[in-house]
Ligand binder design. Sequence first.
Ligand SMILES: *Cc1c(COP(=O)(O)O)cnc(C)c1O
Length: 426
Amino acid sequence: MPVTTPAARAAAPSPDTALPQDFGALLRQDPEIGSILLAETGRQSSTLQLIAAENFTSPAVLAALGSPLANKYAEGYPGARHHGGCEQADAAERIAVRRATELFGAEHANVQPHSGSSAVLAAYAALLRPGDTVLAMGLPYGGHLTHGAPGNFSGRWFEFVGYGVDPDSGLIDYAQVRALARARRPKAIVCGSISYPRHPDYERFRDIADEVGCYLIADAAHPMGLIAGGAAPSPVPYADVVCATTHKVLRGPRGGMILCGVELSERIDRAVFPFTQGGAQMHTVAAKAVAFGEAATPAYAVYAHRVVAHARVLAAALESEGFEITTGGTDTHIVVADPGPLGVDGRTARERLMAAGMVLDTCALPYGDARGIRLGTAAVTTQGMDEDDMARIAELFGAAVRQEGDPGPLRAEVRGLAERNPPYPG
Ligand SMILES: *Cc1c(COP(=O)(O)O)cnc(C)c1O
């Protein structure tokens, strides 16, 4: 079992100052909401956050989010706003854009999308017309809602064709992607997923898109932070447009972003504002700038690599506990595990894990109808947990899912593990 040295642990980029918020004033004015925020802070620091899409932002990011920039209206873009008094808003957005383009080596960045879904909506608005055919990972294999779900705008307004994964290997079936692209002649191919634990082969997707003459949109909402830290390949050299969230491994505020080349920059900007959004949330834009600044540091690169190393340890240890790991492991922060061999499906497993204080999602499996569980190591790694902790978490998983003994002591151990690694020390 790999050991994490005290030096490596010290290098863990967990935030080193306390939360900036003083809930005291809020509690006095509005005890109803104040007590909820206090309870949520307690929940986050006494349970294990293993939802693959979650992380702990730094106190600096939270400070920007809680700043009076939240009061500012700033429709438009720096230097071309529809409102007065935008000097500081412009300065913040220019810094956010410059940091994003430098961090990801992109020609253009739009940092205004309110969320990952808003970023994808704007990308489609920029490149497609209603009724166009789009090829994306099928929802049963890990496609996102914005990749053609019937209840989402994407499924309503576009003709989505889904590609899948090989049921045995769990890996994207590129032969199928190519065959579907040739047969259906999509206007765009989307690569990116909510639960695929491996790297998409962006070069291969580019080849297929070129062969049929369509756009390639990378929806890198999940791996964007790994890409920032050099722990995952970048779609930027291959995709026409890259959409992402800023709040997953990237560890920024809840929000979205879009990267593209200069040729598409005006179309993308117009698709965000005024086509799909109104005023930018400038406090969030400032917080994105802070997060991009943090993600450009050597400490963040160490973090991103540790996130992947931790996911690999967790995947291997869960396999020893009897879980079946889709694709046989992971290259990212995501692990998808089938608890079937332990006699339960993902829903029951999640309930039992929740009872022990371990918070995670269920997800589709590449085979059959039963659901699996999806977990991620971004948040626990931000807290400064190490590889030994990951191995212990896998044992706790096994015990909780098998319902060995009392859930009480399990819950107590999980609480101890969380409290020894506070996300916001002090
Ligand atoms: C998370 C995610 C999104 C959407 O992000 P929201 O901020 O929840 O709207 C879109 N696409 C993929 C692949 C994602 O993982």
